[in-house]
Design a protein around this ligand. Structure first.
Ligand SMILES: [Zn+2]
Length: 446
């Protein structure tokens, strides 16, 4: 080859390289992102079983299966309920079914392959569609899919910028991994020093419907504030509303990127499967009692001591700083469709349980009247099972907040934690209906 044509060839190759470079980097960055997106814990072949366990012996046997790590309890063992939902990983399926036959416990397969359900649960928009949406609306949130922390926090900032006279954003602390605990304050009447209501979601990472529904409710209250706060009879506008939609941002992100069924926070994450504290066993009222564990490997690990976790400490410090102005405390979980009031540590009830029960019944009614599901009302431990160190017990027992509820959102077990995204709006409407009932009761407190 002549020197002249060699130079020409080199130029061609350089040009070709320059043209292809953006495609190559786009491809490599997309595959990097995909790798990050795809949860590394696979639930291929894992099953959700509904086990008929009516006798105390059968219930004990299932408790032992949970303690030995053979099954993960999804529904808890409820004394007056005949069935228990248990999740079994693929390598234990045959063994667990054999053990169930041995104790003569019949079972039905509710979800045949958990990984399939996980893949169908959350249709997400492509980055291009997302950018289009962001350009049009000014934020990335939809209520047609489950969004990441950054989208939800971005939406809260968007609301504060768009409605500066109605709401503001504050960071009340940060998580173990340093993510902000972002609170949106809605203050319809403008001035401060009013009665207040606290609402949180996502304490348990895998309960995705909770942050989705809480963010739906706050969207409604802000973007349609005229409708919700300025009704003739409504007293909702007299309150300050504090929303913490994602109380466990590290766990929530982990449940998106690594393990869909992660529940706890990410304390001691380097310890792998025994990482994390159950934030809803870490609050400082009757901490460490029944229904919690000192074993870091358990899903109900209560932590080293009460408020050992920055997430729970931030919530308690913030709520306490509002003194006696806080009249209601509502924390959203899933699943089961329950409206629960204290106590959780014991089957006893607080002296004013009749007030709590009657407002609880009104919540259930309001949910039905917006076309929602059927919710069961009662005290935590008596309706479900004892669990100590919950945020609701602390809110009632230590912070002395009158209307304290844990609301277990949809569903009743068809999908459990893997509730498809199409249920976000119906569930969000239920959460909103509940908040309006509790808000009215709170605003009438002395
Ligand atoms: Zn929960």
């Amino acid at each position: 080859m002549e020197a002249g044509s060699r130079v020409l060839w080199r130029r061609y190759l350089a040009l070709l390289f320059l043209i292809l470079l953006p495609f190559c980097s786009a491809l490599s960055s997309r595959s990097a992102r995909d790798a990050e997106e795809a949860p590394t814990t696979s639930y291929a072949g894992a099953q959700l079983l509904r086990v008929n366990a009516s006798t105390p012996e059968q219930k004990d046997a299932i408790r032992r299966l949970e303690e030995s790590g053979d099954v993960d309890l999804w529904s808890g063992i409820v004394s007056h309920k005949k069935t228990v939902d248990v999740m079994v990983k693929s390598d234990k399926v045959q063994d667990v079914k054999q053990k169930l036959r041995k104790i003569r416990a019949e079972y039905a397969i509710v979800i045949n392959n958990l990984q399939d359900a996980i893949q169908k649960e959350n249709p997400v928009l492509s980055e291009a569609e997302m950018l289009l949406l962001e350009g049009r609306k000014g934020h990335r949130m939809t209520w047609h899919s489950y969004h990441r922390v950054s989208d939800m926090h971005g939406y809260m900032d968007f609301l504060a910028q768009t409605y500066p006279r109605l709401c503001s954003v504050m960071t009340i602390g940060s998580s173990v991994e340093g993510r902000p605990l972002k609170v949106l304050k809605i203050s319809p009447a403008g001035s401060t020093g009013k009665k207040a209501i606290w609402i949180d979601g996502g304490i348990h990472a895998r309960e995705w419907i909770s942050p989705a529904s809480v963010s739906f409710a706050l969207k409604e209250l802000v973007e349609n504030h005229d409708m919700h706060f300025n009704g003739k009879e409504s007293t909702l506008g007299s309150l300050d509303w504090y929303f913490l939609p994602i109380a466990n941002p590290d766990g929530y992100e982990h449940s998106h990127s690594q393990d869909r069924l992660w529940r706890k926070n990410r304390h001691d994450a380097h310890k792998g499967s025994c990482a994390g504290t159950d934030l809803n066993r870490n609050f400082g009222y009757r901490w460490g009692g029944a229904g919690s564990s000192r074993d870091p490997c358990r899903e109900i690990y209560a932590g080293r001591n009460a408020f050992s976790e920055p997430e729970t400490a931030a919530i308690s410090n913030f709520v306490k700083s509002k003194g006696q102005s806080v009249k209601a405390y509502i924390t959203f979980h899933s699943y089961g469709q329950y409206i629960l009031y204290p106590w959780g540590y014991d089957r006893k009830v607080p002296p004013d349980y009749r007030d709590l029960n009657s407002v609880g019944q009104k919540i259930a009614q309001a949910i039905r009247s917006v076309g929602g599901g059927s919710y069961t009302v009662g005290s935590s431990a008596a309706t479900l099972y004892p669990a100590s160190g919950g945020s609701d017990d602390w809110a009632k027992g230590s912070a002395r907040i009158k209307y304290t509820y844990t609301i277990e959102l949809r569903d009743t077990g068809r999908y459990g934690f893997i509730l498809p995204a199409e249920y976000i709006i119906p569930s969000g409407n239920e959460a909103l209906a509940a908040l309006k009932v509790v808000g009215e009761a709170a605003s009438q407190e002395p």
